[in-house]
Design a protein around this ligand. Structure first.
Ligand SMILES: Nc1ncnc2c1ncn2[C@@H]1O[C@H](COP(=O)(O)OP(=O)(O)OP(=O)(O)O)[C@@H](O)[C@H]1O
Ligand SMILES: [Mg+2]
Length: 334
């Protein structure tokens, strides 16, 4: 395979929809520099559904956005991000725009904040198709078909309407149709259902899954709902204070979490199993990377922490089905 990566990089195959290797993000420079992400490594294979979970402020959105080359103003990214073979952090504006229009797309948490309010839904939906060279008539037909598939009644009428003429749930469906219109290799879904009521949430998740499966799209599903992630994801990454602290298959994460933080998140979730030894609800508030203690970022909230945890950021190691950044995962899931 003609891969231009330097020797010594982790094995990367072109089949991966997304490959993030040691992504770091720092705001500003010099003494005032604020680290936002450190050493984030994750991959999403074609057709795979991968969860990214963690409390508010853990860095999920920063990671998802960086995957498409969107980094905050004044921030510097390090490491390597590859989407369908494109080196995102090195790509120019035009290459990134093309990538977002064709091979990778994103469903944002708040559809109203991320869709142009003065453009008709039809224009929004046909944009990516037109960019790929689909003639206007065929693009419109495809857009109507997609609207039907996501459960919008009267697709032809919907094409002529503006975003404010849709309810939140319906607009989220429109966004999903838009995100999938170009049959992307990668779909980044950032809390795609948080703004929706519970019934609509379940419908939208089912729809997203079905459409993604049918197309073989790799999906990064960002959520703070661990139960949901465990239910729909092949693999899940758990993020804390700008770092990945655990990676595990969806089911394994639920039944045998290896990081105390994952365990605490599960305990805090409504469907927590009663037979686990309780690790008290995550006390204190989530930390940003910049205000984390030395060594393990979680240690000041961790009931299992001791002096060794302050020495260095724990390296990822294998415990049961997990890759976990903790010195004593056997105390979490024996
Ligand atoms: N544009 C920005 N400039 C500076 N700091 C930012 C920016 N965006 C995010 N941050 C900071 O980076 C950290 C991670 O933010 P991020 O939005 O990725 O969190 P998140 O995990 O998506 O949280 P949530 O569940 O609330 O969406 C937070 O501390 C946040 O304040
Ligand atoms: Mg977010």
């Amino acid at each position: 395979m003609l891969d231009d990566k330097p020797a010594g990089e982790e094995a990367t195959t072109r089949r991966d929809a997304l490959d993030v290797a040691r992504l770091g993000l720092t705001l500003g420079a010099g003494d005032g520099a604020v680290p936002l992400l450190a050493d984030v490594t994750l991959r999403v294979g074609r057709g795979e559904t991968v969860g990214l979970v963690g409390e508010s402020g853990s860095g999920k959105s920063l990671t998802a956005r960086a995957a498409l080359g969107m980094v905050p103003r004044g921030a510097r990214a390090t490491g390597r991000v590859t989407v369908s073979g494109v080196d995102v952090l090195a790509a120019g504006r035009r290459a990134l725009r093309d990538l977002r229009r064709t091979r990778a797309s994103m469903v944002f948490q708040d559809p109203r904040a991320s869709i142009n309010p003065v453009r008709r839904v039809g224009d929004y939906l046909t944009e990516g198709l037109r960019a790929r060279g689909t003639p206007a008539g065929a693009a419109a037909e495809r857009a109507r078909e997609l609207l039907g598939q996501v459960g919008i009644a009267d697709p032809a009428g919907a094409m002529r309407r503006f975003p404010h003429q849709f309810s939140g749930g319906m607009l989220q469906r429109v966004m999903i149709a838009g995100a999938l219109s170009t049959e992307p290799e990668l779909l980044l879904a950032d809390e795609p259902t948080t703004a929706l009521d519970v019934t609509t949430q379940a419908e939208v998740v089912a729809l997203l899954k079905e459409m993604q499966r049918a197309r073989g799209t790799g999906m990064l599903f960002v959520t703070h709902d661990l139960d949901l992630a465990a239910a729909i994801c092949d693999r899940v990454y758990v993020m804390y204070a700008g770092r990945i602290v655990e990676e595990a298959p969806g089911r394994a994460l639920f039944t045998a979490p290896a990081h105390p933080y994952t365990r605490a998140l599960l305990e805090a979730s409504p469907s927590a199993h009663g037979d686990r030894v309780a690790i008290k609800a995550v006390a204190g508030r989530p930390r940003a990377l910049a205000e984390s203690p030395s060594g393990c970022s979680f240690r000041d909230r961790c009931p299992l922490a001791d002096d060794r945890c302050a020495e260095a950021v724990p390296a990822h190691r294998t415990h049961r089905a997990s890759a976990v950044a903790c010195l004593r995962p056997e105390l979490v899931s024996p």
